[in-house]
Design a protein around this ligand. Structure first.
Ligand code: HEM
Length: 180
């Protein structure tokens, strides 16, 4: 059963915004804090929502590797986070499934690269492409310890340099801290 995941940006929320940048395409209105939950915060400046879903591209062998180190959200030590909403191009969505898989993994090694970070970076992929009026295809969410932030930066740089990212036409990066 998919879980609804709602990100409310505004004056309140458990996560303090440390940095908010438009990597590609339009920015989101800047906010001071973000709340992540199952429902929108009433006084939010903006709300992004989606659902967790099934895997689309991952093979059985890759899934075994991912399942060996499950992503745990809400670890007390993981006080840093990132919300990265992403939209891919019409060209990407026009490709058949096997060609999208080939770009994501055989050409870009998204899962292989990501798998090296499983023990340091917890993640959640939220889908919103099929939602009427949604501005993003995905809301990607990450949690990690402050000491592992340089590793997370490295992961982002690796993925953004890959062929898959040529299909990313909108990307906003919001770095978060729930320590204070
Ligand atoms: C922490 C390490 C990471 C791992 C292990 C990982 C793993 C995966 C896997 C297995 C999928 C495919 C799911 C499927 O089969 O449908 C996926 C999809 C995706 N990941 Fe990652 N990932 C990581 C980091 C990242 C980062 C840092 C970003 C964003 C900056 C990102 C953005 C995405 C997006 C947007 C998708 C959906 C792609 C699509 O369906 O077109 N991932 N990831």
């Amino acid at each position: 059963v998919p879980d609804a995941v709602v990100f409310s940006g505004g004056a309140s929320g458990a996560w303090k915004v440390v940095r908010q940048v438009a990597v590609t395409g339009a920015p989101l209105p800047p906010v001071a804090r973000i709340e992540k939950g199952g429902k929108a915060v009433t006084d939010a400046a903006w709300v992004l929502m989606g659902v967790t879903s099934n895997l689309r591209y991952t093979t059985a062998a890759e899934k075994r590797i991912l399942d060996a180190t499950p992503s745990v959200l809400g670890r007390p030590s993981a006080t840093r986070g990132a919300l990265i909403p992403i939209t891919k191009s019409a060209r990407w969505w026009g490709l058949p499934q096997d060609e999208r898989r080939a770009i994501l993994e055989e050409q870009s090694r998204h899962i292989a690269i990501g798998s090296a970070y499983l023990s340091k970076v917890s993640r959640q992929l939220v889908h919103c492409r099929d939602q009427a009026g949604a501005r993003f295809d995905f809301l990607t969410w990450f949690e990690f310890a402050p000491a592992d932030e340089p590793r997370f930066d490295e992961l982002l740089a690796e993925l953004r340099a890959s062929p898959e990212w040529r299909f990313v036409e909108h990307e906003v990066e919001i770095r978060l801290d729930r320590g204070t």
